[in-house]
Design a protein around this ligand. Structure first.
Ligand code: SF4
Ligand SMILES: [Zn+2]
Length: 153
């Protein structure tokens, strides 16, 4: 540590938020809204199918390969691998077909979930852009090398 750095303000360590509890709460509410509307249930009770699916989702989230830095499950590229193809399809149906009702019943939670989705989409877009830029840079370098070779001949 240099002499000057002793007097500089200390940088705060980057805080990694654990969004899993909030995501779980949001998924539980979404399932409840969906099950009430489609399967005639009410209150805390869900039908057996939704209960089983929700239990699977909660268990998988506890063992998520990403840990607490996980993306939200309905935007995750491993959702089929993680939940199984049929359960992933049912899960995505519930999460996607329910947005209007969720917004009416739980507007704040719904908006927060939307922001999280946008965050995941943006991070994925940035990641893809970096990959594309690297590929383009490699292609450009290869073209320039072949041009140089031709001009030397
Ligand atoms: S679907 Fe993706 S984010 Fe969700 S628990 Fe599985 S691996 Fe983690
Ligand atoms: Zn149900």
């Amino acid at each position: 540590m240099s002499f000057i750095s002793k007097f500089l303000p200390k940088r705060k360590p980057v805080e990694i938020k654990n969004n899993i509890p909030k995501e779980k709460a949001s998924i539980k509410k979404t399932f409840a809204v969906y099950c009430h509307a489609h399967h005639g249930t009410s209150g805390e009770k869900l039908c057996p199918k939704c209960t089983a699916l929700l239990a699977t989702v909660m268990t998988r989230m506890n063992r998520c390969r990403y840990g607490i830095t996980k993306p939200i499950c309905d935007r995750c590229e491993y959702v089929s691998e993680c939940f199984g193809a049929r359960q992933a399809r049912d899960f995505l149906t519930i999460m996607n077909s329910n947005r209007g009702r969720m917004f009416l019943k739980h507007p704040i939670m719904s908006v927060k979930h939307k922001f999280l989705s946008m965050g995941v989409d943006y991070a994925r877009y940035e990641q893809q852009k970096k990959i594309d830029d690297k590929v383009k840079a490699k292609e450009k370098a290869a073209k320039e090398r072949s041009k140089e070779k031709k001009s030397k001949k």
